[in-house]
Ligand binder design. Structure first.
Ligand SMILES: *Cc1c(COP(=O)(O)O)cnc(C)c1O
Length: 454
């Protein structure tokens, strides 16, 4: 594996070499700190950082968390030593060019013939921008998203003063098309948000049908692929790939959000929004003519709601994609094992006497519960398995997550649970590190044991 103890000194040396070309100068004494006081504080920092879950480890299959790829760290740290600001071209021409380059690669991954887009500090801000454009292009109209969509959509509709409409989901956690059509028929919906990879279940909304239906009613389509977007690289309907149809339809959407800081191996601070029609840039800068935004001289600060943004984030993604390109063999090869692990885990759960699947995974998120008969028993045992698995000797800990489901959601999946409570926690695992795949049988066995001991 790429050894950062070798590479980080090269980052410092390369930037110092560039700096030295401008001639020597003395750092102001006000900025000088004694090595021993820094050492004390640094020791304190590293001690405090131990208070974390082992996101890096194969047996951490809890939330959507993992460390960035070393190439991303190297790209980030190297550019951070310069600290360019991608708000404006003269804030850092090099990283602005890298940002345009990586955004074009993301658009290419989805097959967009043309695009306008930029990186953001998160999926939340990227979705805010997409909904801002939804509001500006269809003023007075509502935005529809599924009941399982990320809560950011309801929240950002509130921020933007748009009506948000939650469309019920089906037994697979996907947007219900019948309910969507009823809502569209009201004439009130201006934009439909389809999620490719819901945050809870990794469900894929039926995008081809959503696009056709939205078009029939004159509505726009925004795709929230913050989590699932990179699965486009392995959307080949193969046994270790994912369904191709939803990803093929992304090219027909009006806007797309994808989070490189989720499945793109980046440190936090890297989301992206893409628009299929470059002319939406007019909503950002009202006094610029339409043609400005399709010219090559696009100025990132004029098409972003955020001002200062880390050029280092663009450098990190750029360096990562240079070595792990957006192809099935490149970054795709880092996604397939997790998908494989999720499917294998699902098969183990189907045969298990102690645990059972909640629903089949469409991506790399597995949901499961103890084989108990009532909502309260499932809730109590899920919680105790969750706590027991993550406790004790670090060499045997298994980290999973819990997920709350309502009685109606459990009923939709025919789990046959006695409804002695309105909701229950179940267990949820995101198999997002390729290294976790090989550990799935052992992880499953450990959880099975805990669920049957109790
Ligand atoms: C994570 C996520 C978001 C929010 O993105 P952040 O980067 O956490 O701000 C939005 N939508 C979906 C589907 C997500 O998975």
């Amino acid at each position: 594996m790429t050894d950062l103890t070798q590479w980080l000194p090269r980052a410092v040396a390369a930037i110092e070499r560039w700096q030295s070309e401008y001639g020597p100068f003395t750092t102001h004494p006000s900025l000088a700190v004694a090595d021993d006081s820094l050492a004390r504080a640094f020791d304190d920092l590293t001690a405090r950082l131990r208070d974390n879950y082992p996101f890096f480890h194969p047996r951490y299959v809890g939330q959507m968390l993992k460390p960035p790829h070393p190439a991303a760290v190297l790209g980030y740290v190297t550019a951070m030593l310069v600290n360019p600001n991608n708000h404006a071209l003269d804030g850092g021409p090099a990283t602005a060019a890298m940002e345009k380059d990586v955004v074009a690669r993301l658009a290419g991954m989805f097959g967009l013939p043309q695009h306008l887009g930029h990186l953001t500090s998160s999926g939340t801000i990227a979705n805010l921008e997409a909904l801002f454009v939804a509001r500006e292009s269809h003023p007075g109209k509502a935005v529809a998203y599924s009941a399982d969509a990320h809560y950011t959509h309801a929240r950002m509709c509130h921020v933007l003063g748009i009506d948000g409409v939650a469309i019920p989901t089906d037994a697979g956690g996907r947007m219900d098309l019948f309910a969507l059509e009823q809502s569209l028929a009201s004439g009130h919906i201006g934009t439909v948000v389809a999620t490719l990879g819901t945050t809870g279940l990794g469900a894929l909304d039926p995008l081809p049908e959503v696009v056709a239906m939205a078009r029939a009613y004159g509505a726009r389509v925004h795709v929230d692929a913050a989590y699932g977007g990179f699965f486009a690289l392995i959307a080949d309907d193969s046994p270790e790939g994912v369904a191709s149809a939803p990803f093929a339809a992304v090219a027909d959407a009006d806007s797309i959000v994808i989070d490189p800081h989720k499945h793109g191996l980046q440190p936090y601070g890297c989301g992206a929004v893409l628009f299929a029609d470059p002319s939406v840039g007019r909503f950002y800068v009202h006094d610029s003519p339409y043609t400005y935004f399709s010219s090559d001289e696009l100025h990132l600060g004029e098409i972003s709601l955020e001002c200062s943004r880390a050029g280092a984030a663009a450098a990190a993604l750029w360096l990562t994609l240079e070595v792990l390109p957006l192809t099935a063999e490149g970054l795709g090869a880092a996604l397939r094992p997790g998908r494989h692990g999720a499917l294998e885990w699902h098969r183990l759960l189907e045969r298990s006497a102690a645990l059972r699947p909640y629903q089949a995974p469409e991506l790399d998120i597995v949901t499961y519960l103890p084989r108990r008969t009532s909502m309260t028993e499932v809730d109590a045992l899920s919680a105790s398995v969750f706590h027991a698995a993550g406790a004790g000797d670090p060499r045997t800990q298994v980290h999973v997550a819990t997920y709350a489901v309502t009685a109606a959601q459990a009923r939709a999946r025919s789990l046959g649970l006695r409804e002695d409570a309105d909701a229950t926690r179940i267990l949820r695992s995101v198999v997002m590190k390729p290294e976790s795949a090989a550990d799935i049988p052992a992880i499953h066995a450990r959880l099975e044991l805990l669920a049957s001991d109790a």
